[in-house]
Each structure stands twice: as C-alpha cells, then as structure tokens.
Design a protein around this ligand. Structure first.
Ligand code: ATP
Ligand code: MG
Length: 515
C-alpha cells in the first residue's frame, strides 16, 4: 500500500498544530492575561469553528467567573458555583466533559448565552478543566456546531492541550501578581518603619527620667524655640532631635543634619552657609548651604561643642538675626529655620577653657533637654533589650523568644558607658551568635563577662565557662517548668538526682521560679 500523503485526519492535525502555535504565541505575547485569553478564544473561533467560547476562573469567593469570552452577549454577569452546570462539574471533578447534543442535556444551564435564543441549530459543548498542580482552577468551554460524525475524544484532547497552555499563563500571571503584592506589602512595611523611626512612640522607655524627657519634647516641639539636647554619647540625642522635628509644625519640611565633628574646620562654613561661584578655588558654581536647604524646617547641629570659634561667631549672628551671607556673596540671605543642637561635651568646662563662646551657648541654651544615661534609667534596660532583640531577630530572620535570667542579670550589672548604642550593638551581636531561641550569658560581649560586670568570676577558665553555661541551662529549665525540678531534669535529659546536685552546687534558688 502506498503511503498516503494527506487525508482528512492529517489536514485536521496540521490545522490543530498551527492553532496551538498561534495560541502559544498569543499567551506569551503579553502579561495581560485577559487580553491574551481573548486572543486565544478568537483563534479558536477562527481556526477551530468555535461558535462561542469562554474561560472561567475560580475567584477568591470560590465561584467561577468569566475571565474571557468570545461570542457571548453579557459574559460579565455569568457565574457558576463549583458543581453547578457542566462548567461547575468540570471544575469540581477536574475531568473534561463533552456534550454532543446540548438540547438533550438536562445539566446544561444555558446561562452563558441563552443559547436557545441565539440559534436554533443543534450545538455540541466541550468543556475542559484548567489545571494547576493537578487542581482545577477554572475551565475552558466551547460551543461547536453539531456534527454527527465528530470525534469528541480528539476534540477533548485538543482542548485539553489549549487549556494546559492557558494554565501556564494563569500560573505566570499569579506569580507576577504575588510578586506585586509582596512588593506592595514590603513598601507599606518600609513606610510604616519610616514613620515609626521618627515617631515619638518608638523612643523606648517608661522610667521617671525618660518620662520627664518626653514631657519636655512635647512641650517644646510645637514652638520655634532653639533646643539644646545634652547627654552622653549613645543616649539617643539624635532620636530626640527627630522626635522634636516630626512632632513640630515643621514636620513636612526638611530635617537637615550637620555633623559638626565630622567636617573639617575649613569646610564647615561653606557647608552651613553655602558659597557663591568663585568664592574660592574650586567653587565652580553657587552652592546652597544647609541653612538654606533646611528652609521652613529644622537644622540639627550635632556635636555643636566641636565647632571652631570663627564659625561660632557666624552662628551667633544667624541665631540673633536669622540672616547670613553665603561665602563670597554680598547680599544677605534670610532664613526661617528652627535650630536644634546636640552635644555630649561638658559645655561649662569647654566655655571655661575658652573653646566655646559663652554668648553663643546662652543663645543655644534657651531650652535644654537632658537625655539620661542608661545607668540612671535601669528600669528601661529590659524594655530596651527586648526591643532590640525583637528588632534584630526580625532583621536577621531569627526566632528568639527571650533573654535568659543570668543574661538579664549581666545586662543589669553592667554600667553601659556607651549607653543605648552600646546596648544595641551588644544585642545585635547576641542575636547573631545565638543558635537557639534564648539569649544566654555567653552570647553577650566579653566586656559584660568580666568579674566587675557579672560579679561572679575573676578569670574565665574553661571550667568556669562550662559551669556558667550549665547554670544558665538549669535556670532556664527551671523557668520553663516554673520551678518544677523533676520536669526540668527531664527537659535537660538528666536524672533528678544529678539535677538536684547541680542546683545545690550552683546555689540556685528553685523557689524563685515558682509563679
Ligand atoms: N530610647 C531609645 N529607644 C530606642 N532606641 C534608642 C533609644 N535611645 C537611643 N536609641 C538608639 O541608640 C542608638 C544611639 O542613639 P543616638 O544616635 O540618637 O545617640 P546620640 O546621643 O546621638 O549619640 P552620640 O552622642 O554618640 O552621637 C540609635 O541607634 C538609637 O536608635
Ligand atoms: Mg548623635
């Protein structure tokens, strides 16, 4: 027998392959799912004799809604519940259905097109599920002209291929949508974080001295008074300066910071006041100073105690007259800027040494806020510690539930010369090296492990370190079991006898943990 070059079946297969190629191009051509699906349905109409067709997808409400339709008068109003009508059944079962004669099918709802009205000719209906990870997320349904000789098996297979291509497009669209939602959430989170950072309420602490400080901030924020913030290094002066600005009427205007100590003497004036073109070699164009940049807002002069005497004179004038000249300029610039200054120096001493002008100090010292050192606000220490543990756990993606009792004792015993900044650094380090859910004493920096700090050991020998760790573990277990020694022993996988021996050895008061 001679091989047949072409017969009815072959031309049908070729036509179908061409259709699939077009379908795949339509789906990959755009990220807009709706318009891509429209194209697909048009192709099915043109190439495959689909009289009407639609793609339904499951919505979040658990109902099927039309995502795209061709040849239907009012597709947007068509909805099916799962199991309802042929479409609903296909999605429920995940299996395709072919209805050779629609007029004889009682399940056929005629919802989509009031088909009976549209045509009096007999129709066939093929509906295939759109499957993602073997779960139906929708259906593709087409109306075909009824032909007694039609091979429905082959039609269903072909539509199944189209549906699987549609499923891929749905999958990509959902991934894109998820990514967009994730970015949106991240953005909201970042904005929230920004608000928190400058909001008053993110200043942790409820101790007496801190409450006093809050009151002062609240008092002075809404005024235009110059504020001097004094306090040791790392106590949170910058945080207070932010809080004042963002709680003032100038909150929407710029907050400009100048780190006086970080700028070389020769640069500070041009930084503050700006310069005209040609004011000095290298001044190629006019430049605005920080005072002008802060127009309408707040200028924060950090470490004001470090500025040189010549600049002090100029600053005094700005404070008195609210005007200055750019370097190399003759005309005067008027500014509306609120000044906040901060220093950790003993200003009285600096003045006595002749390094700071007394008159400028009085101008700055209109309203002074003292930020207390950590050692004077011990009650806040745990709040701050918890706050930082939570913050850094979140940042480093760890789940740390608490700080162990001995570690807390160590935190409390230490004198914190570097104040909140030192505490913040210590706890970031602890979070980083912590391998479990609890911060232990040995996670804290060496400066806290000294005899002076912990009041326990003179030199860390191995035996002492192990003993310290063992004590930590025992106290932790007792805490978890609320002082129940038998349970605590089991928790540590040891016998009650050994456990009790160690409790006595380390002079641990188990009663302390009963609540
Ligand atoms: N009450 C507080 N609540 C939460 N975080 C705080 C608090 N006080 C300070 N911090 C944090 O401690 C760190 C040091 O604070 P800040 O930079 O404001 O100190 P500073 O007084 O300006 O120090 P320096 O004089 O060294 O410049 C910052 O990361 C800040 O967020
Ligand atoms: Mg600072």
């Amino acid at each position: 027998m001679k091989p047949r070059i072409s017969d009815g079946n072959d031309t049908r297969e070729t036509r179908r392959l061409a259709t699939l190629l077009e379908v795949s191009q339509a789906l990959s051509g755009t990220l807009n799912l709706k318009s891509a699906l429209h194209r697909v349905l048009e192709i099915l109409a043109k190439r495959h004799g689909a009289l009407r067709s639609m793609v339904t997808l499951l919505g979040e409400d658990g109902e099927l809604a039309v995502e795209a339709a061709d040849g239907l008068p009012e597709p947007q109003s068509v909805r099916y519940r799962i199991g309802e009508g042929i479409t609903g059944k296909v999605v429920e079962s995940g299996k395709p259905v072919a209805v050779p004669r629609v007029s004889r099918e009682p399940d056929f709802l005629h919802r989509a097109a009031r088909r009976a009205e549209l045509s009096r000719e007999e129709l066939s209906f093929v509906c295939v599920p759109i499957l993602l990870s073997r779960k139906a997320v929708g259906a593709l349904g087409v109306d075909l002209r009824f032909k007694p000789e039609r091979d429905f098996d082959s039609s269903v297979k072909f539509m199944g291929v189209v549906a699987s291509m549609v499923a891929q497009a749905v999958k990509i669209q959902r991934a894109v949508e998820d990514e967009r939602r994730r970015l949106l959430a991240e953005n909201t989170h970042l904005r929230q974080e920004l608000r928190e950072r400058y909001d008053f309420s993110n200043i942790i602490g409820t101790s007496g001295p801190v409450r006093e400080m809050y009151e002062q901030v609240a008092q002075v924020a809404k005024t235009n008074t110059t504020v001097l913030i004094r306090g040791e290094s790392g106590t949170g002066k910058e945080l207070i300066a932010h809080a004042i600005h963002y709680n003032s009427l100038r909150a929407k205007k710029p907050f400009v910071k100048v780190s006086c100590a970080a700028l070389p003497e020769s640069l500070i004036e041009s930084e503050l006041f700006g310069y005209e073109k040609g004011a000095f070699t290298g001044a190629h164009a006019r430049k605005k100073g920080r005072f002008e940049m802060a127009e309408g807002g707040t200028l924060f002069l950090d470490e004001i105690g470090d500025i040189n005497l010549a600049t002090q004179v100029k600053l005094l004038r700005v404070l008195q007259e609210r005007e200055f000249e750019r370097l190399g300029a003759t005309d005067t610039v008027k500014v509306n800027v609120r000044l906040i200054a901060a220093t950790n120096q003993d200003m009285e001493k600096t003045i006595a040494e002749g390094k700071f002008r007394e008159d400028l100090f009085y101008r700055l010292n209109v309203f002074t806020i003292f930020v207390p050192p950590v050692r004077d606000r011990k009650p806040d220490l745990l709040l701050l510690a918890d706050h930082f543990v939570e913050k850094f756990s979140r940042e480093h993606g760890k789940i740390i539930k608490r700080i162990s009792t001995p570690a807390i004792d160590m935190l409390m015993a230490y004198h914190w010369p570097g104040n909140v900044r030192e505490l913040e650094n210590a706890l970031e380090r602890a979070v980083l090296v912590c391998e479990g859910q609890v911060i232990h004493g040995h996670h804290l920096p060496p400066s806290l492990q000294t005899a002076e700090a912990s009041g326990t050991v003179t030199r860390m020998s191995m035996a002492d370190s192990v003993a310290g760790y063992e004590k930590d573990l025992i106290q932790d277990a007792l805490k978890t079991t609320r002082g129940n020694r038998a349970k605590a022993a089991r928790l540590l996988d040891t016998t009650e006898r050994v456990f009790n021996y160690k409790v006595r050895k380390y002079a641990i008061d188990a009663h302390r943990f009963r609540t």
